[in-house]
Design a protein around this ligand. Structure first.
Ligand code: AMP
Ligand code: ZN
Length: 480
């Protein structure tokens, strides 16, 4: 069985074969750090994480690079509005992107290049395109890529370069371009760029890099001239990735990317997420409203990355319940009775096919919806077998535990829930003390007091379960 990925370049599912196995080099277009990323962005970033984890789980040695766009039109405009230098504006959002990613269990990339730290290399890169006759300086000091000089332009997005011209109505002279289709590699500095500290010297005068150029230069600098996989949201196919190909292949003469992957945009309540519609949701808001990170992660991974996913609060709540089921199952495996003399309960016969089904689902273009189904078959069948068995053989218990742990190395749901629910020693002592007081209150038939204690704990995200053996507690949600 091999991993198959849908390659936007060929518009078909292809067996994945890296250029030099077991190494895999992947580049994902990261956030533009002018504002907090929204949960749509995080759908895409979770696809990166899934790909990262699954490639490693499958035995590849992965170098994963996700850039941060910290200089472009949007960052400069946002810094300008506040009257602060570019870096002062972008730094908190860059930090927030990484912090929210950690909260959601997104593995850090091996490198998170900042565009502003690669400007010198970008200037060199543009110089090479000019030398090769693929780019030219316009009168104002901007440098444009010449689409007419690059015959394969359009191969990723399948736009017809001729038709492009007809679609653009502005007069060529307005931009100082030779051809309306040409895109900027280097933008001559405007006063606002200088004010924000977003202008650098170049052979063509003061200016700043174009966004498309940034990704070509950072990816080649970190991963070499041919990448195995380049991933991004579907909106980036044209013009961003088309332009990356033109620039990169223009300079190197080699294929830039072997597999292009694109994640479908997230909908919110059935509509495209946008600030103007007021359905623009950021991770922090959801956490503040009491949703746990593992539930957000589950919800955003619940559909295969190329299929439609509609984010709703009901869906998020259902995800919270799914996560709880996983944790309950895990606790049951850990805490259930084992006995060296127990009769076989058939647990390995449940575990092995579940992991195989999980792998088969992800091998099929990262089908997370089928992979989650395989996981919950494991939970359902495992619970039923444990109900029947009572005590189980230690080796059988281990088979179930290992299958669950192996699956979670990719999905990261138990991992994220455990991290976000972990309490410090002081809080644990406080909870234990409260449970002791509740026991005393119940012993004295002071049920009002006992209920008040239960309620207070619930408000802190802690749920009590009374049984013949005493009171157990679990954290369903961490409250600061
Ligand atoms: P940006 O910060 O706008 O450069 O976007 C960062 C990444 O998020 C890109 O790969 C975008 O394609 C992706 N993205 C933007 N909006 C959405 C959305 N609604 N759903 C999924 N991905 C998105
Ligand atoms: Zn990019």
């Amino acid at each position: 069985m091999t991993l198959k990925l849908y390659n936007t370049l060929s518009r078909s599912l292809e067996p994945f074969e890296p250029l030099s196995p077991p190494h895999v080099r992947v580049y994902g277009c990261g956030p533009t750090v002018y504002d907090f990323p929204h949960i749509g962005n995080y759908r895409t970033f979770l696809v990166y994480d899934l790909l990262h984890r699954y490639l490693e789980w499958s035995g590849y040695q992965v170098k994963f690079v996700v850039n941060l766009t910290d200089v472009d039109d949007r960052t400069i405009e946002a810094a300008g509005k506040r009257g602060v230098p570019l870096r002062e504006h972008t730094k908190p959002y860059a930090d927030a992107f990484l912090a929210d990613g950690r909260t959601l269990g997104i593995l850090p990339a091996d490198v998170h290049p900042l565009a502003t730290e690669y400007v010198e290399r970008m200037v060199t890169f543009v110089g090479k395109l000019v030398e090769k006759g693929l780019a030219y300086r316009a009168e104002d000091g901007s440098v444009y890529f010449s689409i007419a000089a690059f015959p394969t332009y359009g191969k990723l997005s399948r736009v017809d370069p001729e038709a492009l011209r007809a679609g653009v109505r502005v007069a060529v002279d307005d931009y100082g371009k030779d051809d309306v289709r040409d895109f900027a590699l280097w933008k001559a500095a405007k006063p606002a760029d200088e004010t924000a500290g977003a202008a650098w010297d170049s052979p063509w005068g003061r200016g700043r890099p174009g966004w498309h150029l940034e990704c070509s230069v950072m990816s080649i600098a970190e991963l070499g001239e041919t990448l195995d996989i380049h991933v991004g949201g579907e909106d980036l196919i044209f013009p961003h990735h088309e332009d990356e190909i033109a620039q990169s292949e223009g300079v190197t003469g080699k294929p830039f990317v072997r597999y292009w992957m694109h994640a479908k945009h997230l909908l919110v309540d059935g509509r495209k997420m946008s600030k103007s519609l007021g359905n623009f949701i950021v991770v922090r808001e959801l956490l503040e409203a009491g949703h746990e990170p593992a539930a957000i992660r589950h919800q955003l991974l619940s559909a295969q990355y190329r299929s439609e996913l509609n984010f709703t609060m009901e869906g998020l709540e259902a995800s919270g319940r799914a996560v709880q089921r996983l944790l309950d199952f895990e606790a049951r495996i850990e805490e259930g009775a084992t006995a060296a003399t127990a009769a076989p309960a058939g647990l390995p016969e449940i575990a092995a096919p579940a992991v195989a089904a999980f792998r088969a689902a992800l091998d099929e273009d990262l089908n997370t919806s089928d992979a989650l189904a395989a996981l919950f078959v494991l939970v359902g069948q495992g619970n039923a077998a444990l109900d029947r068995a009572g005590a189980v053989l230690p080796a059988e218990r281990d088979a179930l535990r290992d299958a669950l742990a192996s699956i979670d190395r990719v999905l990261g749901l138990i991992e994220v829930a455990r991290t976000s629910r972990a309490l410090d020693a002081g809080t644990i002592a406080w909870v234990d003390g409260m449970i002791g007081q509740r026991r005393t209150a119940r012993g004295a038939r002071d049920f009002a007091r006992a209920d008040a204690i239960r309620k207070e704990l619930a408000e802190r995200g802690i749920v009590l379960e009374d049984s013949a053996q005493g009171t157990r507690w679990k954290v369903v949600r961490k409250v600061e």
